[in-house]
Ligand binder design. Structure first.
Ligand code: AHG
Ligand code: MN
Ligand code: MN
Ligand code: MN
Length: 340
């Protein structure tokens, strides 16, 4: 692209958005730019891979989820904390990798937002060089004069001020919603800037692509079995069309594919010991991805109701998750409400 051609950077985009709110302080923009900087830093570590000595497990440490932490899980969590703690716009942070909320150190001012994140989604794919990402959600702090408590974070997804993710794939992209549609930015590695390349993203309401971990099929509930069986039956079944299936095992990469070309993702609750309440986490996986989906004309559901309306009961709560093309999510919800 010629150097003289104007391209909208994330910074310009945020400043122009802010002009719609004449009284805005600029704190929110600083916060999003700090998150974006954290994502750029993580993208660099991911890109260096084995050369940077960042692959493999983090010395056997187990996180609050009962998962063995990867070096990059720990590093990405630290990057999010260090890049966001100093700016004065946060009252606290919470993450997949920390049992309790992170307190902003006393020597930094506190602010009016809460940041919740999955520093690295798709950890199992790091060592095999498949796309991973970071997911984040911004909430308002109930009280910006004191350190945030666990309870402060337990807000339904409808309360999110902003949400998004970065995907570290063949290119690094940042996808963001501030509640006014969804915009996608591609990292220009020469400039070190996110450039608006995918404005006003919209998810097609219909699809013939679904994503589910089929190795769990024996644990699925009847409505999920019915839905997948009908997809698999293709043209000869009630759906009257052939379907295609994908499973990357990085939810963030699946969400990105769905945002680009439609599709539906399911990680439903099932009867397996580890996913009786679902596998993915409400506050830093389901809610932010759900907010992005809904802002792009898609839907997010537990299978039974909108994820965004669920009132969280704990920081690391898991939940059944279905998202993507509207008509498929509607259908899956309908199957859950019909007698099987
Ligand atoms: P994380 O790496 O943040 O722990 O999340 C992994 C999640 C999600 O990205 C993916 O969709 C899912 O785990 C894959 O689960 P299975 O291994 O059960 O397929
Ligand atoms: Mn994990
Ligand atoms: Mn994750
Ligand atoms: Mn993670």
């Amino acid at each position: 692209m010629p150097l003289t051609q104007h391209r909208t950077t994330l910074t310009q985009f945020l400043i122009e958005e802010r002009r719609r709110y004449p009284h805005a302080s600029g704190d929110f923009n600083s916060l999003i730019l700090s998150v974006a900087l954290a994502c750029k830093s993580i993208a660099r570590s991911v890109a260096f891979g084995a050369l940077g000595g960042v692959l493999g497990n983090a010395g056997g440490a187990i996180n609050v989820q009962g998962e063995t932490q990867k070096k990059l899980d720990v590093l990405s969590n630290d990057v999010f904390l260090r890049f966001n703690e100093w700016g004065g716009h946060l009252a606290g942070m919470a993450s997949e990798e920390m049992e309790d909320p992170y307190q902003i150190p006393d020597h930094y001012p506190k602010g009016k937002y809460l940041l919740v994140f999955d520093p690295l989604d798709g950890s199992s794919n790091i060592d095999v060089n498949v796309s991973v990402g970071s997911i984040f959600s911004v909430l308002r702090a109930p009280d910006s004069t004191r350190a945030a408590t666990q309870q402060d974070f337990l807000q339904p997804g409808t309360e999110q001020v902003a949400a998004g993710y970065a995907v570290y794939g063949p290119t690094t992209m940042l996808v963001l919603t501030v509640g006014n549609g969804v915009n996608g930015f591609t990292l220009d590695p020469n400039l070190g800037e996110f450039i608006l390349t995918h404005p006003a993203l919209q998810i097609p309401p219909d699809t013939h692509e679904f994503a589910i971990n089929a190795s769990n099929s024996r644990f699925w509930e009847a409505p999920v079995k019915r839905y997948v069986d009908e997809c698999l039956a293709g043209k000869t079944g009630p759906r009257d069309k052939d379907f295609n299936m994908r499973w990357i095992a990085s939810m963030v990469a699946e969400a990105h594919r769905i945002l680009m070309r439609g599709g539906v993702f399911l990680y439903p609750r099932d009867t397996k010991d580890t996913s009786k309440q679902g596998r993915l986490r409400l506050l830093y996986e389901a809610n932010p991805i759900g907010f992005v989906m809904e802002q792009a004309g898609g839907r997010v559901s537990t299978g039974r109701q909108s994820v965004l309306e669920v009132r969280p009961s704990s920081l690391h709560q898991r939940i059944g998750l279905v998202f993507g093309s509207k008509n498929e999510v509607d259908r899956i919800e309908r199957y859950h409400h019909e007698p099987q």
